[in-house]
Design a protein around this ligand. Sequence first.
Ligand code: TRP
Length: 361
Amino acid sequence: MGKIILTGDRPTGKLHLGHYVGSLRRRVELQNAGDFDRMFVFMADVQALTDNADNPEKIRQNIIEVALDYLSAGLDPEKCTLFIQSQIPELAELTTYLMNLITVSRVQRNPTVKTEIKMRNFEANIPLGFFCYPVSQAADIALFKATTVPAGEDQEPMIEVTRELVRRFNQTYSEVLVEPEIMLPENATARRLPGTDGKEKMSKSLGNCIYLSDSAAEVWKKVKKMSNGAPRMSMDEPGNLEGNAVFTYLEAFSTPDDFAEFWPEYKTLEELKDHYVRGGIGDGTTKKFLNNVLNKMLEPIRERRAEYEKDIPEIYNILRKGSEAARETAAQTMDEVRRAMQIDYFNDAALIQQQAEKFRK
Ligand code: TRP
């Protein structure tokens, strides 16, 4: 059995640097390393609708935003299958059957869903579709027989539910589905990039994001306003690294090449940090450096975006072709699922024959 990578995002907003370090950059690396049999990346619009039922326009707008983010970050439709969840009706079908193999109390135990219910003030009135989305997510993974799911820690409970459902399915019917493994981000900053305020996690609702689609001018405006931790009276005072978003971002994004190109006085971030905490480096200077680092990374992304934006119908074409390809795989698994569940009546000649004999007088 080969390696099948699958992952996705809810299309509820443009992607930002937190998404980039947390997942997108890794996906592009995985894609280019080519160490897999298939790689799928999809937009989970069905899942996004579970708590946006009254706002389909938001999802529809963000499908194209996220697709542009994917493509401009370097996901390549020649190497990985990009698709839209709602275009795969087999997902809904598998979800229905998986629901029979899990209890309400098991779904209720999911810590990620519990937190989300609180955040959305759903306590008294949880939409049933929202409550069940972990089962739908298990179907997303199982339908493609994914072995490897790159995702954040918050997705661990979903993968656990998926593994249980796969085991239950295979025991109850026959060995059709595959137990996936989660592939967590490799380091702490990748797991949780703070926003430009230096405190909370970068997120749209907190207004502390730098978007992949931001222009160079927008990036500079946001970098200028970034937090430096505890304030200093002058640059000669020792600098603080605690709560200093500029240094957290340098940690996440700067490379020795960036130093050689933009600040050759230092070879590495360690050297810069040592000097900064001794005092003598102004925050304006570290911000200019960070701005250069970010723009160097974002510039190729912006260039690709500008190209893709010239032909939006082609983006829909890419997504349509990806969805068609994904559906072929989905249909194959569903044939196996239906056979295992003995609901493939019309393809089962033996069954028809048997029944005919039983009723023959
Ligand atoms: N729940 C994921 C998120 O909010 C999105 C998602 C849906 C997903 N189905 C998936 C991720 C399957 C990985 C695999 O980000």
